[in-house]
Each structure stands twice: as C-alpha cells, then as structure tokens.
Design a protein around this ligand. Structure first.
Ligand SMILES: Cc1cc2nc3c(=O)[nH]c(=O)nc-3n(C[C@H](O)[C@H](O)[C@H](O)COP(=O)(O)O)c2cc1C
Length: 372
C-alpha cells in the first residue's frame, strides 16, 4: 500500500513536471509587432529620416499582409516605389487590383510620414498597368509645412475583425469620416436592402472561396502559425493578427500548419466566423473609383487609407471583407443590388468597438524593402 502510494506520488509528479517543462518550451504567446524592432541590425546606410518614412509607409494594410512593395533607391530621398510580383495573390486577385490598392495605401502613409518630418513629396507615375514593376517615382524635398501630420495614427491603425458592436454609426461620425470624398465613399446603414445584400453575399462569397482549393492554398501559404515562422518572414497572417488568443492560440501556434487549412473543419470554421461577423456591425463603407486605371486604383488605395487612419480616434473599427469582389459569380450582381454604378474597390465592415487593442500585425524590416 505504502509502496504503491509512493510510486503513484512520484509518477504523478513526474507527469506534472514533464507537462510543465514541455509547456515552458512550447510557443507560449502570440508574437506581435511590439516584440520586434523595425530594424534589428541596420545594414544599409539609409538616412535616418528615410528609414523612419519607409517604416511608417510599410505599416499600410495589404491583403493577407503580403506587403507587395519594394523600393529602388536612386539617391537619398529619391526612390521608385515598386510592385513586388513575388507577393501577388494570383488566386484571389488575378488582375493585381488589390495589389495596386495596397500600394496606394503605402503611398498615402509615405506622404503623411514625409510631411511629419518636413518634406513634401513629388510623385511621378511610372506604371501603365497593374503588372509593371516600377509604380511611382518619389522625390522628397524640404518644405515649410504648417500642420504636421501626427504619425501616431499610422502606428496605431489596425484591422479589427471581432468585437464590432451592432450599433449604427452616428450621422455626424459618418459625415466627418467621408468629408470631401462623398463621390467615392458610400455609407450603407443597417436595416437597408443594400446592407442585407452585403451581409448575405459576403457569407456566400466566403462559402465559395473557402472551398476553392487554389484560394485556400494561397491563404495557407500566408498564415504564419508559429512565432518562429512569424519572426522569420515578418509578414502574412499571424494568430495575433487573426485575433486568436488564449488556449486556441496556443493550440494553433504549436500544432497547426498548412495541411490544417485545407481540411473541411478549418474551412467550415471560417464560414461560421464570417456568419457571426456580418451579424454584428454598424454598417458598411463601400469605396468606388472612377474607373479601373492604375491612377484610379492608387488614388482609391490612398483614399481608403485616409479613412482608415481617421477611425480609431472615434472608436470605430474597419474590417475589409473583399470576398464578394474576388468571386466573379457573386460580384456580378453587386452594383445593381446596392444601387451603385461606379466600380466598387473596397467593401469595409464598420462599427463601434468597446475595446480597441494596439496594432499587432508584423512588417518586414526596412532593409528588406530596399533593392537596387
Ligand atoms: C486590398 C485589401 C484587402 C483586404 N481583404 C481582407 C479580407 O477580405 N478579410 C480580412 O479579414 N482582412 C482583409 N484585409 C486586411 C488585411 O488582412 C490587413 O490589412 C493585414 O493583415 C495587415 O493588418 P493590419 O491592417 O492590422 O495592419 C484587406 C486589406 C487590403 C488592403
């Protein structure tokens, strides 16, 4: 009896110790932006302001956080912002429409960041198509600027996918946010037919896309489940940026990989998640463009980013939900159903948030952006 109890005691202790040890050695917390320095060991002799401006520019949003940009540095303060074809999402964005929108957002951040440090930007468009490598030549020139842009807005901006409250945006907030962009930014309030269409068809489009293997495989390639991968690539979707916390976060960091994304369980979970998300919001913003030209797409990316940078101080979230635009069978009915004639470039779920956590998505170091 005594022996047995002692044996069990020791055995139990061993199991507990083994459990604690392997937990201690496991991937215990989400790697987030604050864990990484913008430039771990700067190699390149960039001017300090160049480094600051390019880092802030890189905080722009992009689909799957691919960060589809790089910089050719002709001289100090004289760059060409380029389109990185190795980052294209060919399954969901075969015409590089979203790539150009993301580069537009990058250019908006770049301009605000340059203004903050006392530079004006001279832009010269180089690209004729969405596939041209050289997109925009930029020269920064010293300027006597009156109002400096507050770059905290750039640092704190983030996509929020959960916790959006089912409370309609107040008219005064909508007016403030849309301001002079009334021809391009459309607010779709709850309880309208257009709102219901966007909710239902976002869910439909997600069902189609989740079971489209090419799209799902592409998504798998951009998820960085483990902190090790996240730190290595510093891009893509991390458990932190997907707002997966707690025990679930621990499980996916330690045990998930690309094959899990292709399983039906994973696809169905995404569909369920989307169903919950669209069920609660304060409306949608839809952003249109004049046409599909390179100029129009870049301008639309800039416009979206100006809006995105304004929402946090009002406690308002933005969640881009792009699947309707990515699935042709669903996209074709969009304009007539929501009563908008111009090409739709962004569909953004919006609403108030109770908690607005800090930005967590990762970015590559500035050194990695520079190519000669
Ligand atoms: C063109 C474009 C399309 C996007 N589409 C989606 C989407 O369909 N669903 C989603 O959850 N996030 C979408 N996003 C948000 C990105 O995933 C997000 O910007 C990126 O992961 C970086 O995170 P951050 O915005 O918090 O910095 C999109 C962003 C852009 C610029």
């Amino acid at each position: 009896m005594m022996n047995r109890r002692r044996f069990l005691g020791i055995g139990g202790g061993c199991i507990v110790i083994a459990g604690v040890t392997s937990y201690a050695l496991s991937d215990r917390r989400n790697l987030v932006r604050n864990d990484l320095r913008p430039d771990p060991i700067p190699r390149l002799l960039l001017k300090k302001d160049e480094r600051t401006i390019l880092y802030l520019a890189s905080l722009a949003p992009s689909g799957h956080n691919t960060q589809p940009w790089f910089i050719k540095r002709l001289q100090p303060y004289h760059w060409i912002v380029c389109n990185d074809q190795t980052k294209w999402l060919t399954a969901v964005d075969p015409t590089q429409r979203e790539t150009m929108l993301s580069i537009g957002a990058f250019l908006q951040n770049l301009e605000y960041a340059a203004n903050n440090l006392g530079y004006a930007c001279q832009f010269e468009l180089k690209a004729k198509t969405n596939r041209d490598e050289e997109v925009m030549e930029v020269r920064l020139v010293n300027a006597d600027l009156q109002a400096k842009y507050d770059t905290d807005h750039i640092k704190q901006r983030r996509t929020m996918r959960s916790g959006i409250l089912p409370v309609e945006l107040k008219q005064e907030d909508v007016n403030d946010l849309i301001n002079k962009d009334i021809d391009f930014v459309h607010f779709i309030p709850p309880k309208t037919a257009a709102y219901r269409h966007l909710n239902e068809q976002t869910l439909e489009a997600n069902k189609v896309q989740s079971y489209r293997d090419a799209a799902q495989k592409e998504l798998a390639n951009w998820i960085r489940f483990s902190s090790k991968d996240a730190e290595k690539y510093r891009d893509g979707l991390t458990p932190g940026s997907m707002e997966i916390e707690g025990f679930t976060g621990w499980v996916v960091r330690n045990f998930y990989g690309k094959p899990n994304v292709m399983k039906n369980g994973f696809r169905d979970q995404n569909i369920e998640q989307v169903e919950k998300q669209v069920a609660t919001s304060g409306g949608w913003f839809v952003i249109t463009s004049k046409n599909q030209s390179v100029t129009s797409l870049l301008e639309t990316g800039q416009r979206m980013q100006r809006l995105f940078l304004k929402v946090r101080k009002k406690g308002i979230a933005i969640h881009p939900m792009t699947q309707i635009l990515e699935e042709p069978s669903i996209h074709q009915g969009l304009n007539s159903a929501i009563g908008i004639n111009e090409p739709v470039q962004f569909i953004l779920r919006t609403g108030y948030l109770k908690n607005y956590p800090g930005a967590v998505s990762l970015r590559r170091p500035v050194d990695w952006l520079i190519r000669s």
